[in-house]
Structures are given as structure tokens and as C-alpha cells.
Design a protein around this ligand. Structure first.
Ligand SMILES: C[S@@+](CC[C@H](N)C(=O)[O-])C[C@H]1O[C@@H](n2cnc3c(N)ncnc32)[C@H](O)[C@@H]1O
Length: 253
């Protein structure tokens, strides 16, 4: 069984194999500890992490350390969804849309006004506006909205054909995912689906710096089931070079 990344043994052996990463990790640890002590809950904490990361580089803040990777990661998400049912007439909600790494492609493909991006970080949403302008997408009138939770209280019943969350639950404690599952069924159209990625572990569930969370597939499938949602592990996503896994959720008939 692999050791959780949070274990001392894992961290010591990782440090020996990658000595150049030790100082940046310690810097991140110090910053994150400070931010956590000054935040009332996980969302406020993660919003502060995003503020700090976005100030340095919006593309880095969503996890891409080069522009080439930013383009490739967006394309990968887009191609997969296109092969798995996305049509121009779909109404799409993207949870944690970031600076539209994939969103720019969804916006371009969908009919005008059919893309709705939400995020807890106002800073990354401002970077998302730059992406809209830089990629000539103004006429598509995407909605970009800051949120403080995943209750979707301001969104209408049975509205979205597709809900998408890439690399969001990998940064979320279980109570945030629970809140999302409790409410997402209401805004999904019958026959609609919700795809999300997560950091999968086959061992003990754990987190690193309260930034990265690792779950077992069965934990998320069971949780979805508690809210009348059927969850299916997407095997073919495992063939992509992306490190996370993907689950598709539908409303139970
Ligand atoms: C790693 S980035 C990925 C962004 C985008 N999905 C992509 O693939 O480029 C994670 C994004 O999710 C947002 N986020 C994290 N937790 C969230 C939550 N509970 N609700 C909404 N957005 C969240 C972050 O602010 C950040 O923009």
C-alpha cells in the first residue's frame, strides 16, 4: 500500500529524492499556516490561497506552470466532454472555473449565454475576464459569478444539462463535497450529468496543507448515493495523462 503524502515517512523520502523542492515547500507551509490561522473556514482559507497564487500567476494558480500546460489541460477537459455528450445547445455550469483554462473552449463551443462559471475566488474571476477578452469571447456573454458556498441558492431548478468541476474537489474537504452533492441535483435537468475530478487514493484518505485532499472512490460514490445521485467511475479518463480520476454523477430516476 502507498504511504499517504501527509505521512512523515513519505515527506522525508520525497525530500531526499527532490531536495530542490524542500525550500519552496517550507515557504508554502509557512504561508498556508499563516493564512489558515487568519481564516474563519476552509473556503475563506482557500480563497486567500488563490488570492496569493493569482497575484503571482493566474495560470500557476490553477495548477499550470507553463502556458503550454495551461492550453493542454484545457484542451484535455474539452475533448473529453465533447466525446462524452456535450452539445452546443447544452446549458453548462462550471464549478471552480478558475481563469477559464477549459472554460474558454466551452464558451466558444456553446451557444451564446449557455456557459455559467462560478468560483470562490474573485481574483481568479478577474483573470477569467481577461481570458474572455483575450480570446475574443465577449459576444458569447459568459456568466462569471463569485460564490461563498456550493448551495447554488441563486440558480434555477432543473436548468443545467452539464455540471463540470475539474480539480476542485481535489482542493475540498468532504463537507464541501457533501454540500455540493446535497444541492446539485436540484439545478440539474433530468438526463443531465455532473462530471468532477478528484485525487484518488487506494489507501487511507488524507490531505496535504489543507490544499490537496485524497479520497477513495467508494467514499464519493456512497456520499453521492445519499443524495439520490448515481455515481460512475469514468475508466476511460484514466487513459489521459492527468493525475486525477473522474466520476460522473446523474440524478437517480
Ligand atoms: C485548480 S483550479 C482549477 C480551475 C479550473 N477548473 C481549471 O481546470 O482550470 C481550482 C479552482 O477551484 C476554485 N475552488 C476551490 N474550491 C471551490 C469551491 N468550494 N467552490 C467553487 N470554487 C472553488 C478555486 O478558486 C480555483 O479557481
Amino acid at each position: 500500500m502507498t504511504r499517504p503524502r501527509s505521512s512523515l515517512a513519505h515527506q522525508a523520502s520525497y525530500a531526499l529524492r527532490h531536495p530542490h523542492k524542500v525550500i519552496p515547500h517550507l515557504r508554502r507551509l509557512a504561508r498556508d499556516t499563516w493564512l489558515r490561522l487568519h481564516s474563519r473556514d476552509h473556503i475563506a482559507y482557500y480563497r486567500a490561497v488563490m488570492r496569493s497564487d493569482t497575484a503571482r500567476s493566474p495560470e500557476g494558480a490553477v495548477g499550470s506552470h507553463t502556458h503550454k500546460r495551461w492550453l493542454a489541460l484545457g484542451q484535455m477537459q474539452f475533448d473529453y466532454l465533447l466525446e462524452h455528450g456535450l452539445k452546443p445547445e447544452c446549458r453548462m455550469l462550471e464549478i471552480g472555473c478558475g481563469n477559464l483554462r477549459a472554460g474558454r473552449l466551452f464558451i466558444d463551443y456553446l451557444h451564446t449565454g449557455n456557459y455559467y462559471g462560478i468560483d470562490i475566488s474573485p481574483d481568479i474571476l478577474m483573470a477569467a475576464q481577461d481570458t474572455v477578452a483575450d480570446h475574443g469571447l465577449r459576444d458569447k456573454l459568459p456568466h462569471l459569478t463569485p460564490v461563498r458556498d456550493l448551495r447554488f441558492a441563486f440558480l434555477p431548478d432543473e436548468h443545467f444539462d452539464v455540471v463540470h468541476a475539474h480539480s476542485v474537489f481535489s482542493h475540498s474537504p468532504l463537507e464541501v463535497i457533501d454540500e455540493c452533492f446535497a444541492h446539485v441535483g436540484r439545478i440539474m435537468r433530468p438526463g443531465g450529468w455532473f462530471d468532477f475530478t478528484f485525487d484518488r487514493t487506494e489507501g487511507k484518505e488524507h490531505q496535504v496543507l489543507r490544499e490537496d485532499f485524497y479520497y477513495r472512490t467508494e467514499t464519493l460514490v456512497r456520499l453521492a448515493g445519499q443524495y439520490g445521485l448515481d455515481a460512475v467511475f469514468m475508466d476511460d479518463w484514466e487513459r489521459t495523462p492527468h493525475k486525477q480520476s473522474k466520476i460522473r454523477v446523474t440524478r437517480r430516476a
